[in-house]
Design a protein. Structure first.
Length: 130
């Protein structure tokens, strides 16, 4: 079985992100920016989700509003990419709810350090196809 570099990079990044959420509390550093990378396909984009459906799921209430304290840079899509053109407050993009919204809210409550999210996602693609 051939392992693709993209798969290995994704595995390493996911592992690092999982470990990093526990570290800031322990070290007390409230100044160092914590950067999380969200990369993937349609699920990472948030395909088939709609901002107006948030009201149907009470635990997600408020995720339709910008999270001003979280920096967000994104490149979403294939041919017609949606680009942030720099850092913006974290918010739904193009009426779609991605996993970064609830993640950031949870992490922001757990740590005092500033956080940023970089999202690169495109639905309808293959990972590591030869």
């Amino acid at each position: 079985m051939k392992t693709t570099p993209i798969f290995l990079i994704t595995l390493v990044l996911a592992s690092a992100a999982a470990r990093s959420t526990g570290l800031p509390k322990a070290d007390g550093d409230k100044k160092t920016l914590r950067v999380f990378i969200f990369a993937g396909q349609s699920n990472m984009v948030g395909s088939d989700s709609k901002v107006e459906d948030i009201k149907l799921f009470p635990p997600f209430a408020g995720l339709d509003k910008p999270q001003d304290k979280v920096l967000f840079s994104y490149n979403i899509g294939r041919e017609d990419k949606l680009l942030s053109k720099g850092w913006v407050p974290l918010q739904p993009v193009d009426n779609v709810v991605g996993p970064e919204l609830s993640f950031a809210r949870k992490v922001s409550k757990e740590i005092q350090a500033p956080i940023a999210i970089i999202k690169c996602a495109a639905g309808g693609t293959t990972l590591g196809a030869d």
